[in-house]
Design a protein around this ligand. Structure first.
Ligand SMILES: C[S@@+](CC[C@H](N)C(=O)[O-])C[C@H]1O[C@@H](n2cnc3c(N)ncnc32)[C@H](O)[C@@H]1O
Length: 260
């Protein structure tokens, strides 16, 4: 896998998967990914930046506990005894984004779990749409709590990874993953919409969600750096979404809206 690293890029400039990478003390970077160098070279000619070969790191076992409701782990064999009774989700440390180690994913996990547990919506009836599902971590967390979930990603390798994780967790009956572009393909309706992407993509996405939400739908947006939230909140308000919660972890924010 290769990444073109840029300071910024108009969201419409590429169909390739991308993510905003935040390193403490440094300005955010946009990484555009491809398994081949030539498509990145085309972008590099237009926008500059640097192409790097990505080396997959072998991480140490990772356990993330969200209250008493879920344990996300990269290695079920090394779960400490005191955490073994929690509902568990195993996520491989694979090539797709979403092991639970990034703040944007953690914030989303907290919010969606609160939504599914505190709101006491009849869980089997809850339909969740996860836009930019990566490893499937958010969709599968919802499925683990009983919701029916659909995950979309425009990167075919992420979809393969999400399906592998669904198999690994025996959640294929509640989760479905498909390669699709959140900015182009026709969106299905859902009770809970999750989008851990980045601010400019979220701004383009918001108007598209309008005709696809249900009355009472909840929307959780993540991948937003502190200082980027106001245009998103204003646009969402203008489109009829009411801000319910705003959370922060380091420099990252997560916003929860409900549809009026
Ligand atoms: C920041 S990762 C989030 C992964 C996971 N949902 C999580 O919370 O950890 C964003 C994902 O969105 C995908 N993505 C980017 N643009 C997209 C688009 N237009 N449509 C669908 N997926 C997109 C990327 O391939 C990447 O897997």
């Amino acid at each position: 896998m290769y990444a073109l690293e840029l300071d910024s890029l108009p969201v419409s400039a590429t169909d390739l998967p991308s993510a905003v990478i935040q390193t403490p003390g440094q300005p955010p970077k946009l990484q555009v990914y491809s398994t081949r160098i030539p498509p990145l070279r085309v972008l590099q000619k237009l926008h500059g930046g640097r192409i790097r070969k990505l080396v997959l790191r072998k991480s140490s076992p990772f356990h993330l506990r969200i209250g008493h409701d879920l344990l996300v782990t990269s290695d079920a064999r090394s779960v400490p005894a005191k955490l073994r009774s929690l509902p568990r989700l195993k996520i491989r440390a694979g090539p797709a984004f979403g092991t639970g180690e990034h703040s944007t994913t953690r914030l989303c996990l907290r919010y969606l779990i609160r939504f599914l547990t505190v709101n006491r919506i009849s869980r089997p009836a809850t339909e969740v749409l996860d836009l930019g599902c990566g490893s499937g971590i958010l969709a599968l967390a919802c499925a683990r709590l009983g919701a029916r979930t659909l995950g979309w990603d425009n990167d075919s390798s992420a979809i393969q990874e999400a399906r592998r994780n669904a198999d690994l967790n025996r959640l294929t009956h509640l989760s479905h993953f498909q390669e699709a572009d959140a900015l182009r393909d026709s969106l299905p309706r859902a009770d809970l919409i999750l989008a851990n992407l980045y601010d400019s993509l979220l701004l383009h996405l918001l108007p598209r969600l309008n005709s696809h939400r249900r009355a009472g739908s909840t929307l959780i947006l993540s991948g937003i750096l502190k200082g980027q939230e106001n245009p998103l909140i204003r646009t969402a308000r203008h489109l009829g979404w009411k801000l319910q919660r705003r959370g922060r972890l380091g420099r990252w924010l997560c916003l929860q809206f409900c549809s009026s």
